[in-house]
Write a protein that binds this ligand. Structure first.
Ligand code: FES
Length: 58
């Protein structure tokens, strides 16, 4: 389940990959996450940025 759906208070708006407001920078643990989907890559082209409404654990 993505972090945003776990009650973690993060700035967000759409929860469906369109606004990009939930983008976070990973400081550690990137290897625990599943690869970005094509639509997430379109919103976050930096490797350590993920959308909190979309990123999932492996
Ligand atoms: S809340 Fe809009 S992209 Fe995640």
């Amino acid at each position: 389940m993505p972090p945003l759906w776990q009650g973690i208070p993060l700035d967000h708006k759409c929860k469906k990959r369109t606004c990009g407001r939930c983008a976070v920078t990973l400081l550690a643990g990137a290897h625990f996450l599943a690869p970005k989907t094509r639509r997430e890559r379109e919103k976050t082209n930096q490797p350590m940025k993920r959308l909190a409404c979309q990123a999932r654990m492996k």
